[in-house]
Write a protein that binds this ligand. Structure first.
Ligand code: ADP
Ligand code: MG
Length: 575
């Protein structure tokens, strides 16, 4: 109990830091149980791992907050944010050396994600966090530790892990918002839509590095009549907005009129957002993938022949290898790998695309004969992607009208307001039909499935464990294998990257030369689904967040050590 904790701290006060190890264990407090799972080795190391567990019944969160998986996720998300805020307001801050004095829990961005930082079950409410045990130099600061563990921590737990009537409204808004978003995403297929943007949505962000809403002068979203639809949500009831149909949708408009802002909102519409974000009801199919050019990345055995053929010196593109992709080959690879992993909606922006991958106009076709051009531009495949493979596309393109004829819908952004200009665009395409000819190298074949070779991601173990480190959202190191993936734009939290790194380490040994990458991805995702995010790590840690199969595939595909075994084979028939 707390007396034991106090006694230990008194006894080890002033001793060497290692004596803190004695704290590992379980302590019963009045209102909760404290687990000290792992004590850091020194004051500069990753802070110690702790948990506080409150009885569900005592916590006061009634069943209405956990009546659906969406609600439970949202409740955990809310409590994590509350814990962060409360800790910030409660603790004195750094004491002594290193990270001593800090109490840290995973800090969410704007998205509501399943995370390991908080667990709510019928049995308990449990926060998993990090605490920097304080020291002066390497001598234990027992008094400060006592202040942290016996006064600050109980204050935080009492404030953040128990239901408070004055928070009912905010908490209810949080869980109902998340539930509505999930319900809407689930409805999209039967509505025949790939995305929905509610009227009134606020899309622009505070800055390019700050995902919070833009404060002032925001034009709320207002749907064009022809694409307006009404959806029924379990909590909000009827809501109107723009439904983007399946097929090929083009977003046009002058520079600075809000095209990319709309596309960026759609990219993150695969996630749910917190109330007040502005994008609560911007909802996209869960298998939407942003594709951008990423010159310099490696490509391993990807079949990019739908887009690239007849390379100089007869290099194969049915199983293309490079350690230094061009803009166009990287974009082709991104699409083919995305479809291999299950993407069914592609999102592309002219701002981040290779021009020669997107278009090749009439004049250029006249000058450079197609025999001398390896690229089949996206414009000549986008319709087939839809008709043969059921892959829709939303494309931002303000600089070329060549796509008018291929687009099922054309949305023009003017002063941040969308307008349906499909008929106009189609009329222009007809009237001004030029001599541009469609270029293909035969019909679009299904993507080839690759079989990863053993040793694709060599991760050597030290003392039976792989050292896994991540840096921010776009870099991980497993053993000696470093993978960077700056171009993967739909990762929103470093916690997702930490979880992805664990998942790559689980996927690596499944690469045995007999299983396809798609099978391996499915197996990892099924395990996470069945056993929870916690199962990704052999230690219980509160800093992992949910990720999608598409990002796991993207990371593996960018590993420079990745190898494929033998020939790629067509996908096995499913179902
Ligand atoms: P485009 O891609 O058409 O060139 P952007 O989407 O990059 O334009 O938007 C240009 C600027 O306008 C950005 O700074 C963005 O934050 C701002 N913006 C976008 N949409 C809105 C809106 N609805 N209200 C206010 N500002 C907006
Ligand atoms: Mg733009």
């Amino acid at each position: 109990d707390t007396q034991t904790l106090q006694n230990i701290l008194r006894r080890i006060d002033g001793k060497g830091y290692k004596a803190y190890k004695e704290l590992q264990g379980t302590y019963a407090f009045k209102a909760f149980t404290l687990f000290i799972d792992h004590v850091q080795g020194d004051p500069f190391a990753q802070p110690s791992r702790l948990r506080v567990r409150v009885d569900r019944a005592a916590s006061g969160f009634d069943g209405s907050f956990t009546s659906s998986p969406s609600r439970t996720t949202a409740l955990c998300d809310y409590l994590t944010r509350l814990f962060t805020r409360t800790a910030r307001n409660t603790i004195k801050g750094i004491r002594g050396t290193g990270k001593g004095g800090l109490i840290l829990i995973d800090t969410p961005a704007q998205e509501i994600l399943p995370r390991t930082a908080m667990s709510v079950t019928d049995d308990h409410v449990e926060a998993r966090f990090f605490l920097g045990l304080p020291a002066f130099g390497r001598r234990i600061a027992g008094r400060d530790a006592m202040e942290m563990l016996l006064s600050e921590l109980p204050a935080i737990a009492t404030e953040a892990l128990f239901f408070k009537e004055n928070r009912r409204a905010a908490l209810t808004a949080h869980v109902t918002c998340c539930e509505d978003a999930d319900a809407l995403r689930a409805q999209l297929p039967c509505l025949g839509r790939v995305a929905f943007v509610a009227d009134g949505a606020l899309l622009p962000r505070a800055s390019g590095i700050d995902p919070r809403p833009l404060g002032k002068g925001v034009v709320p979203f207002s749907s064009p009549a022809s694409l307006r639809m009404e959806v029924a949500l379990p909590n909000r009831g009827k809501v109107t907005g723009m439904g983007i149909p399946e097929g090929v949708t083009l977003i046009v408009g002058g520079g600075f009129h809000g095209k990319s802002t709309l596309l960026n909102a759609l990219e993150l519409g695969v996630y749910n957002h917190i109330p007040g974000d502005g994008r609560e009801l911007v909802i996209t199919r869960p298998d939407a993938l942003k594709i951008r050019a990423a010159d310099g990345r490696s490509i391993t055995g990807t079949d990019i022949s739908p887009f690239i053929n007849n390379l100089p010196f007869g290099r194969s593109t049915a199983a293309f290898h490079t350690q230094n992709a061009s803009g166009s080959t990287s974009q082709a690879a991104g699409i083919c790998e995305g479809i291999e992993a299950g993407a069914r909606l592609l999102l592309l922006d002219e701002d981040t695309s290779a021009t020669n991958f997107m278009i090749r106009d009439e004049k250029m076709q006249r000058l450079v004969a197609s025999e001398n051009e390896p690229i089949t531009p996206f414009i000549d495949r986008v319709t087939e992607l839809r008709t043969r493979q059921g892959v829709s596309t939303i494309l931002v393109m303000g600089g070329s009208g060549d796509y008018f004829a291929t687009a099922d819908h054309v949305i023009q952004m003017t002063d941040y307001a969308p307008e349906d200009v499909t008929e106009k665009a189609h009329a222009i395409a007809k009237e001004h039909a030029d001599g541009r000819v469609k270029e293909t190298t035969g019909p679009l074949r299904p993507v080839a499935h690759r079989t990863p070779h053993p040793q694709s991601i060599p991760i050597e173990e030290r003392r039976g464990r792989v050292k896994i480190t991540t840096y921010g959202r776009h870099e991980m190191v497993l053993g000696t294998t470093r993978i960077t993936f700056d171009d993967v734009e739909q990762i929103v939290e470093a916690s997702q990257t930490r979880a992805l790194a664990q998942a790559v380490a689980i996927a690596a040994p499944l690469m045995d030369g007999s299983r396809t990458l798609a099978d391996i991805l499915d197996q990892v995702m099924e395990t996470v689904e069945a056993k929870g995010l916690e199962s990704l790590s052999d230690i219980l840690r509160g800093d992992l967040a949910a990720f999608r199969k598409l990002e796991l595939a993207a990371v593996i595909n960018r590993a420079r050590t990745f190898k494929v075994a033998g020939k790629s084979r067509p996908p096995a028939a499913k179902g």
